[in-house]
Design a protein around this ligand. Sequence first.
Ligand SMILES: O=c1[nH]c(=O)c2ncn([C@@H]3O[C@H](COP(=O)(O)OP(=O)(O)OP(=O)(O)O)[C@@H](O)[C@H]3O)c2[nH]1
Ligand SMILES: [Mg+2]
Length: 202
Amino acid sequence: MAAVLIATKNKGKAKEFAALFSRFELEVKTFLDMEGAPDVEETGKTFEENAILKAEAAANAYGMMAIADDSGLMIDALGGRPGVYSARYAGKEKNDEANIDKVLSELEGVPDEKRTASFYCALAVARPGKETFTVSGTLQGRITRERIGENGFGYDPIFMLPSGKTLAQLSAEEKNKISHRAHALAKLSDALYSILGEEGKK
Ligand SMILES: O=c1[nH]c(=O)c2ncn([C@@H]3O[C@H](COP(=O)(O)OP(=O)(O)OP(=O)(O)O)[C@@H](O)[C@H]3O)c2[nH]1
Ligand SMILES: [Mg+2]
């Protein structure tokens, strides 16, 4: 079976990718399965640049096809912040709870109609000796005033969908149908199937 390495150390993403990739005939590994996986510095100014940095580092280190996800939350009232700094918004140690607290306190007093936001996900596909390419997906919503829901990861408890539920109130299966990550991966499907050949289709 062909194998793909997802260049992430984020447990929430790793779980979502395991489910999202189940329709491909592909062995899926992440940096969490690899000893000594590189810590890639995210020095890019865009999600795409950072996804390419991570995917190419992984493809070079392990000599196999690698996909990286660089994603984040863009809040209109904050001029698009936290953006590419979403993981480390409240500090280098990447604390989801502290990140949420920071966002909620920055939005204190901002009325509901001005709390619009979107998630963005860039995926980069890197293969040894081949040109790297990227796709992206987005998800529109609004920032709540408090945490609602127990599922998901990151900012999910404060990201309200037009349906009136937060991402953290969705099951993993429901989130994987509508998320920015799912939308980006859907755009990759055709390319992945042709990379894998017809036998990649289940
Ligand atoms: O509520 C959320 N639901 C999501 O679906 C989601 N997707 C991304 N994010 C946030 O954006 C950061 C990405 O930063 P990021 O792409 O650099 O990833 P990371 O540093 O956590 O791991 P890695 O993949 O780089 O190893 C993450 O940490 C999260 O805070 C999300 N939050
Ligand atoms: Mg990161």
